[in-house]
Design a binder for this molecule. Sequence first.
Ligand code: ASP
Length: 308
Amino acid sequence: MSWTLMLHGGAGQMTPATLTPAQVEGATEALGRALDAGAAVLAGDGSALDAVEAAVRVLEDDPHFNSGRGAALTHDGIAELDAAIMDGRDRNAGSVAGVTATRHPVSLARAVMAHSPHVLLSGAGADTFAREQGCEAATQDWLVLPERRAQLEEMLAGGGAFDVDMKYGTVGAVACDSHGHVAAATSTGGVTGKRWGRIGDSPLIGAGTYADDRAGAVSCTGSGEFFIRVGVAHEICARARIGGMPVTEAARAVLDEVRAMGGTGGVIVAAPDGTAAWHFTTPGLYRARLSSEGGREIGVFGESPGAA
Ligand code: ASP
């Protein structure tokens, strides 16, 4: 039985000129570990849902990415985390926004899905629910890294405009398991310098994250405000399900629409037919792919689109 797994670690202005070899190596190594964690689930006949959660947890702990530890900071210097997870079998979903005291927002999103009557919890209430559910706590001291503080200070010194061109991004995973079921998960700190309880596309079901066995699973990264307005993840699935478009084509068409409105970013897509693809309109996208047939691939720069 075949399976596919695809990850992203954010879209942005990554080029060989803007990243050091050590940054590329560190991020590549972490993507490899996340791929292994998800692949172990899928190879053991586990579900796509378990696989995407396992992979995202690895990236949340890794400081190279804007999620969990190492998240981008708000205007006030706080790590406020957003995450979502969705199961393509029944379109069950859970998400959290503005979490400040939980180590793995993706697992908290899963707990919201599995153990609450709600889909989206936010702020202090979400952290309270995390403790009730036994999700591991994290302090701001642990979540906030000096590089992120420096990035915020640089941004504030430059006048405080939103930094949507982050070098390190949001993380996400999509998978199709050996039973043909898909799932998606996304986790992020959002954008540097965000204010007023800003929430991006990542935790919004249909915008940054979506999964439906009738179409595919999608996780997004990029300028969230545009992704929300286009409803990118659901729009890609709708074009596949209703319009009969291959998901790869749908991904390209929808990102073109986002670009026409002024937004850029990337998506990863997994479909029940075994398609695993990415598409991005930024100079780079941290990405990784593996399937039961092999084809292990990890990339950072250029070469969009990619499909298998
Ligand atoms: N889409 C994320 C947000 O707007 C940021 C990113 O993907 O880099 O919160």
